[in-house]
Design a protein around this ligand. Structure first.
Ligand code: F3S
Length: 396
């Protein structure tokens, strides 16, 4: 791999041991993939920070990295935790809260912004054409699809190394020639809710798990694009969508590309396929996967009201959000649900998928296809709810 003079010095250890190790990892992975060089990045987003996932070994690794003097060279954010930050919550236990706090302290000590969110594009909006190293699959697809920024789906260690080195390997979606649609999706169902958007993502990823689909007539609502991207990355590994009239790089695939039609009956069938519980049994409704932020106040209220229709037993509505958006989201939902009964509980900086799943209520209702896919796969009964368009018409 070609390295600049500066990169050679970084790799030789002249700039410290942490930089040397980070460069060694990036160069090794890049060479294995056939990358010709590295590329400077504007923003790294580190995933894999939940104590429930990385455990004591991961915690001690991050603490020793921070103590060794490792510092992030670029703007760096990090993913949600396995506990709710700064509040009491059923998913919390004192020991896990303390361990999680140590992980987040180590990340902040190295220079990360205190974000704890899977919506880094809401913290710093990516610019068209800029290079990123992001490790959250839903955010990766949003950055490529909605902003025309360039990032591969990085593993946690690579995103961490990229943050320290300020660069990543120039390969995959960093290259013009990789940013080409390869499947044509004709959308023949109305998409007006997160549930419907997510089901489209699930259906396309089920048929073409690693594709870069072109979709005609997808709505321009940012939150619906986020739900589509999250589901496509959860069911498959779709890193980029080309949405007609929405994505800055949208263009139809070359002639001869495979075609897929998505009709409203397909959405209904997908709903049955993803859900693994009866929504009427749920006592908790979970929203905010990917995280809602203050840009979603209206959307969150609409989704909550739509999802609660027909759910008689729900006693609590849980909403995941970055800590910086938690108060305003709670206020918006309290206003929207006033007089309806369920308690609103915002989980700042948390994700129910990376928490101790034994602490989750079962079954759980959600409007997030990504959450339902992961919870059902791990044995937690979850039911999809919340259609506001095509699904309702079919069921009516
Ligand atoms: Fe975010 Fe967790 Fe969903 S990281 S995208 S809330 S599974």
């Amino acid at each position: 791999m070609y390295l600049t003079k500066l990169e050679e010095r970084m790799l030789s250890g002249e700039m410290g041991e942490a930089v040397r190790i980070a460069m060694k990892l990036l160069v090794s992975v890049g060479e294995a993939l056939g990358a010709e060089r590295l590329v400077p990045i504007a923003h790294a987003h580190v995933s894999g920070v939940s104590y429930d996932n990385i455990g004591r070994y991961g915690l001690e690794f991050l603490e020793s990295l921070a103590a060794s003097g490792a510092r992030f060279a670029v703007y760096t954010t990090f993913n949600p935790a396995g506990v709710a930050l700064g509040v009491d919550a059923p998913i919390n236990t004192p020991e896990r809260v303390a361990m999680q706090a140590r992980i987040l302290r180590a990340l902040v000590r190295m220079g990360a912004r205190f974000t704890a969110t899977c919506a880094p594009y809401r913290v710093r909006r990516p610019r068209f054409g800029e290079h990123l190293a992001w490790g959250e699959s839903s955010a990766v697809a949003v950055a490529n699809t909605l902003f025309g920024a360039r990032t591969n789906r990085e593993g946690g260690p690579v995103a961490l190394a990229a943050a320290i080195a300020g660069r990543t390997y120039y390969w995959g979606l960093h290259l013009d020639e990789e940013r080409v649609p390869d499947v044509r999706v004709r959308l023949q169902a109305r998409v007006r809710s997160e549930l419907e958007a997510g089901l489209v993502g699930f259906i396309v990823a089920k048929h073409y798990p690693s594709s870069k689909p072109y979709v005609d007539r997808f709505p321009s609502d940012e939150r619906l694009v986020i739900s589509l991207a999250a589901a496509g990355a959860a069911q498959g590994a779709i890193p980029m969508w080309f949405l007609e009239g929405v994505s800055p790089e949208a263009r139809p695939p070359p002639p001869g590309a495979e075609k897929l039609e998505v009709k409203r009956d397909d959405l209904v069938a997908a709903l049955e396929e993803v859900s693994c519980a009866n929504p009427e049994d749920a006592e908790v409704l979970f929203l905010g996967c990917p995280h809602y932020t203050t840009a979603d106040l209206e959307r969150a209220a609409t989704e909550a009201l739509a999802a609660l229709r027909g759910l008689k037993r729900v006693r609590e509505v849980w909403v995941a959000a970055p800590p910086s958006s938690a108060i305003r989201l709670k206020e918006a939902l309290l206003r929207a649900l006033a007089g309806r009964g369920p308690r609103v509980r915002v989980l700042p900086g948390a994700c129910v998928v990376v928490t101790d799943r034994g602490r989750l209520p079962a079954p759980i209702a959600t409007n997030s296809v990504k959450t339902a896919i992961y919870l059902c796969k791990s044995g937690v009964p979850a039911a999809l709810v919340g259609g506001a368009g095509a699904l309702d018409e079919v069921k009516a």
